[in-house]
Design a protein around this ligand. Sequence first.
Ligand code: GCU
Length: 720
Amino acid sequence: MKIVNINKDWEFEKEGEKSRVSLPHTWNGLDGQNGANGYYQGKCVYRKTLPGEKKICYIEFNGANSVAEVSVNGKKVGEHKGGYSMFRFRIDPFLDKEENLLEVSVDNTVIPEVFPTSADFTFYGGLYRDVNLIYAGETRFSLDDGSRYAVRAVPARQGDSWVIDVKTSISGANADTVCLYELKDADGITVARSTRPSDNPDDILSISSPHLWNGVKDPYLYTLRCTLVKNAKEIDEREINVGFREIEFDSEKGCFLNGEHIKLKGVSRHQDRENLGNALTLKEHEEDINLILEVGANSVRLAHYQQAEEFYTLCDKKGLLVWAEVPVITIYSKARQQNAEEQLTSLIKQNINHPSIFCWGIENEITLSGERNKKLVAGLNRLNDIAHSLDPSRPTACAQVAMAKPDSLLNRLTDILGYNHYFGWYMQTVNALDKWLDDFHKTNPSVKLCLSEYGAEAVIGYYSENPVQGDYSEGYQALYHEHYIDAVNKRDWMWGSYVWNMFDFGSAARNEGGVRGRNNKGLVTIDRKIKKDAFYMYKATWSDEKFVYITAKRYPDRVVGTTKIKVYSNLPEVTLKADGYEKTVKADRIFVFDDVPVKKGDNDVVVIAGKYKDSFTVNGVDKLPESYAIGKGVPILVRNWFGTDGTLKDDCLSVNDRVRDLLDNDEAQSMLKLAAGNTVKKWYVKLLRPFRIRTLLKIAGIDPQMTDIINGFLQTIKKH
Ligand code: GCU
């Protein structure tokens, strides 16, 4: 097998305009993030000339969002639906001229039969991952069985020793060719070996007392080298990382890796980056992994779709435990069931060998608009069964929307469960979390629960000495996370939690905290340049790397008198020195100095913890700069979400208004887009104009809690 990358130099056509581009490429790198006027969702075409070919040749696409049609010299080669999985087509029969025109049309229009149709992230269109040509011989590891390597090698413990169940798919198998398996340790020493006929290649390899893959502590990998040998000559080969590990979950005791208790300290990751959208190279993947490791996480939720092969491989190497999932999200429809099954099958077949992946997520907040869809449970059960039959070794998971009732059927459908909670951001206060968790565990003692999401927005630039919910300050985000991580750590029965999100990400329809087109719940900004204060709170809680960090250094202007300075450190004692002031505080991670003197002009502040130091200069002023507070009239969605206490503000929209009142209001329009994407037909909306929103929600079976949340949203929008 020979792999030739063909990323360079494609003709790209968008709306009749042609240009030259190289892959990875998206046409939404800018408009998918600036939130100005929506983003381009439509069909674009990539073209390239390929030479004639007589040898067996496949074309491999590692990601085309979301529907791709491939043709050569005007003849259709194949079509793929689903923007996140790898797919291949054999193309040599089409390469019958000296020069052949390859055309790939890629379309990111939302269509009902492909997930996702509606979600809080930008659906960047394009050929955004590598494209390769793969040349192979008659007898070869299959290139069209839907897997990546044609070899599935899943280790399992059997008593005191371990076995690897190897299942291999070979095309053109024949009696002269054998399949040789060699398991090598990290030093390249062969520790197990076997030979099988190529027409019956499956095998079970045994190894006693292997060096275990033990998460971030010791991500030890073996390599399974698989070769096809004909007349003593190697004609094809594959190399696969193998990690020996066992993971178990218990509803009272949490998670165990190789028999040892481990709390999964998780963050979630969307794959996009400022201005690049989803078109990433290894460099960006590596930067992300390094930041995730720096914060001290040992697990990552790769939300909400299949991510790049390179990223799963990096997780294998670094020991991060991965929650992998498909974009079955927000709104269920039978029309998308087949596509959901295909995307799940691809996710599992293409990634089954990664030791880092510990579960398959089959849905996220799929009941956002209620649980009434009669086909929903059957559809999800089918996905759950598919995951189990393709991979009996891993548990299935789902991430439930906050409003899903604790006794929801869906809470008992998968092996392990997550809830996405935003108490203290979208609704109520952070304290509501504790009661919810305890009540849930009491009524569902056998459910193995984690927090699959929780987070609050922080926009760089906002500061308050006393941060409050909804002010978009780094300070409030940090307070929110202080509360959540303590709540999780206090409860031994919870197996883990996932911060939403490690990085700010593009969400074209959002308009929050004065920032358009972005979800600002990251611990790190979308350009990966700024680690927000909450990042250091987690680092202090999770990481062994010693440090001391002064929060709110980006806001040096403080009112003359005294100021409160909060410091994060994983050392037990911190001393703060300022002009004429010195104080030592002993605490656990969070050190507050609430009486640091501030005189007009420069005030140097130094903190010392062991041999670590941090410093900055406070600038004493009479009044905090206006830019520190979120401006009046800045359109924000969340500010009053939690204010649904029954008193209605008459000058704002509410569920008592009619559809037409929403449609005639610009801000409401952009929210509707966020909620429904482009899935609602225009004529249908027209028909609904005279209806009261409350009535429609009732007819649609939306439960009162959700109606209340929608009302909270509407109450943030001024009528005009
Ligand atoms: C969700 C959802 C995320 C989203 C997040 C948020 O519940 O699963 O995709 O980004 O909430 O509101 O920030």
